[in-house]
Design a protein around this ligand. Sequence first.
Ligand code: ZN
Length: 249
Amino acid sequence: MTTAMSLALSISLLGAAGAPPKSPPKKTFESDVLKTAKGDITLTFIGHGTLMLKFNDKVVHIDPVGQYADYAKLPKADLILVTHEHGDHLDARAIEQISTDKTEIVLTAACQAQLKKGTVMKNGDKSTAAGFAIEAVPAYNVKHTRPGGAPFHPKGAGNGYVIACGETRIYVAGDTENIPEMAALKDIHVAFLPMNLPYTMTPEMVAEAAKTFTPKILYPYHYGKTDAKVLADLLKAEKDIEVRIRQMQ
Ligand SMILES: [Zn+2]
């Protein structure tokens, strides 16, 4: 996102603490339930790049941001994953609202510098948190840059995460393009790939990304005004990939 947008977002989030937000967050969200041999996985589509995942009795919040939900009313987190420090992904207040003394937080170095807590994972790190095997994978821009040439998301700063729910591996890509590292992803059951412009991928780039690691289910997310149906058309011939379009606000 641009600095101007980032500022605007910080101001609106600050405003939300003391004044009514301009557009109140949604109260109900779409969810999908995946039945697995190790238990049900419920994926809840909060908005933009923000997700909630439940696996058996464990709750994972991904990039919780108060602009998209009233976190005082959502389940407390066993695990919080933050992909990067931009205002549409890192929100200290939302994190506070869903944290207990048992909540584990996994984030990037820049997020930890702001939040002053949590466990840093770098690209390539593997760990276990709240009983979930987690892999941090790269997320960055190659083509899409700011006017001066700097990528919106520089290599090494942000994380995507692969979260194992039993044997079901869920890839939440963060803000990225179709980078070569994606070809190394193995056994991805569910993938969330970002598609808002100019910050992340075009539908064509998402389609190319998906073909390199063939997720069984692909959700475009963080897609802003991009027409998600274009992606579904591009992948129509790929019988091994089911594109699911959900309302991400
Ligand atoms: Zn973003």
